[in-house]
Design a protein around this ligand. Structure first.
Ligand code: DC
Length: 229
């Protein structure tokens, strides 16, 4: 059986992975799985269970006891926690912090990785996250490491949060970006790093469209598959 097309995009917080991945997947006519959304749902599960995000055993138990799933509506991902649509609830800063904290734990990661691999086995997909090229889809034919300077990422993050009605200062966001980078890159289990066979795309000086096109050019180069306009 031939494997369906899989594309792995990893990178630090605020590099634009989610929105860029949505557009690249749309132009390729494949689904986009935002794996960060699943860790955010896991964070919400731990929060709802009232356990401390530092209590590995309690967090792992709370996450294993909850049902985290994704569905697609009109090609777009809906993230479900115990059957409830949490796609909006997971988009707060607090949910991001909880996600980063609970994603340190191997028991949590095992559950998420298994689900991601199951989904990508049967359906052509683009997955974005922190460990897709290094752990989840080690054999993906296309691996991208999408990054930008911490300042550029903080700037974008601030705009996103403002659209959601939150108004943190730039310094606060930059501090948060650096703290999340540190936590994601220094955790023991599957830290964020560029896979040896991943191509780096630095979007600091690129527009949204330029970044999408740079990634589509890499996809074309590696697989011969072209995206539509
Ligand atoms: O991409 P994001 O901000 O939605 O991700 C939230 C957190 O989830 C992030 O701090 C690290 C974690 N994460 C992970 O460990 N592995 C992934 N594949 C995706 C996200």
């Amino acid at each position: 059986m031939t494997q369906p097309l899989t594309i792995a995009i990893d990178g630090p917080v605020g590099a634009g992975k989610s929105t860029i991945s949505d557009e690249v997947a749309r132009r390729l006519g494949i689904l986009h799985l935002d794996t960060g959304a699943m860790y955010r749902a896991a964070g919400l599960a731990a929060g709802a269970a009232g356990v401390s995000p530092d209590d590995e055993a309690a967090v792992t138990q709370a996450v294993l006891a909850s049902d985290i799933a994704v569905a697609y509506e009109n090609g777009l991902q809906v993230t479900l926690l115990n059957g409830q649509d949490v796609s909006s609830a997971i988009r707060t800063q607090e949910a991001g912090r909880l996600a980063s904290a609970v994603s340190r734990f191997p028991g949590v990661r095992r559950q998420m990785v298994a689900l991601q691999q199951r989904l990508a086995q049967t359906t052509p997909m683009l997955l974005d996250g922190r460990d897709i090229g290094t752990v989840v889809l080690k054999d993906a034919p296309v691996k991208i490491y999408l990054t930008a300077t911490a300042e550029a990422r903080a700037e974008r993050r601030m705009k996103q949060l403002e659209e959601k009605g939150e108004h943190p200062s730039f310094e606060e966001i930059l501090k948060e970006v650096n703290a999340r980078d540190y936590q994601d890159m220094h955790r023991e289990t599957d830290p964020l790093r560029q896979a040896e066979d991943a191509v780096m795309v630095d979007s600091s000086a690129l527009s949204f469209e330029e970044t999408v096109e740079a990634i589509l050019a890499i996809v074309k180069d590696k697989t011969g598959v072209s995206g539509r306009a």
